[in-house]
Design a protein around this ligand. Structure first.
Ligand SMILES: [Zn+2]
Length: 143
């Protein structure tokens, strides 16, 4: 996938750029992780360095399940940034009680359905301007 750097839509993921670098390092390692509050034990999505439930700022990184189901989806056929092939299936996937906005890879738009089982696949995207590798969470149909 390529794109114009002037309109780079992706997050900056290195430890110098974000305190959530552990999340992106997990993706690079093939793991879907998030934060769990050490005070009330709740997990958050997206990962946060404070607990949105109890306000504590003690969190630990935990793995989420690799399997999920499609909660909802849409298909974008036009207007995608340069370098993004169409059609592109965007979905909200339910994983471990969380709803994750994501892209469905290798998904036939005519066959995607609510409730469809999907599995996590880390998606390598273009490196940042300093050449650091970058990853995003993605999913693909399980069957
Ligand atoms: Zn908490």
């Amino acid at each position: 996938m390529s794109y114009f750097r002037a309109v780079d839509p992706f997050p900056l993921e290195s430890p110098e750029q974000t305190r959530l670098a552990a999340f992106y390092a997990g993706l690079a390692d093939g793991r879907l992780t998030t934060t769990r509050c050490t005070g009330c034990d709740r997990t958050a999505w997206p990962p946060r360095l404070f607990c949105p439930e109890c306000g504590a700022d003690g969190v630990e990184w935990v793995d989420l399940p690799r399997e999920g189901t499609v909660h909802g989806f849409t298909v974008q056929e036009t207007g995608l940034p340069a370098g993004f092939p169409a059609p592109r299936v965007f979905a909200i996937v339910t994983v471990g009680g969380h709803r994750i906005f994501t892209v469905l890879l290798d998904a036939d738009p005519a066959r995607v359905a609510v409730g469809q089982p999907v599995r996590f696949v880390p998606l390598a995207i273009d490196p940042d301007s300093k050449g650091n590798p970058r990853w995003l969470p993605a999913f693909t149909p399980s069957a």
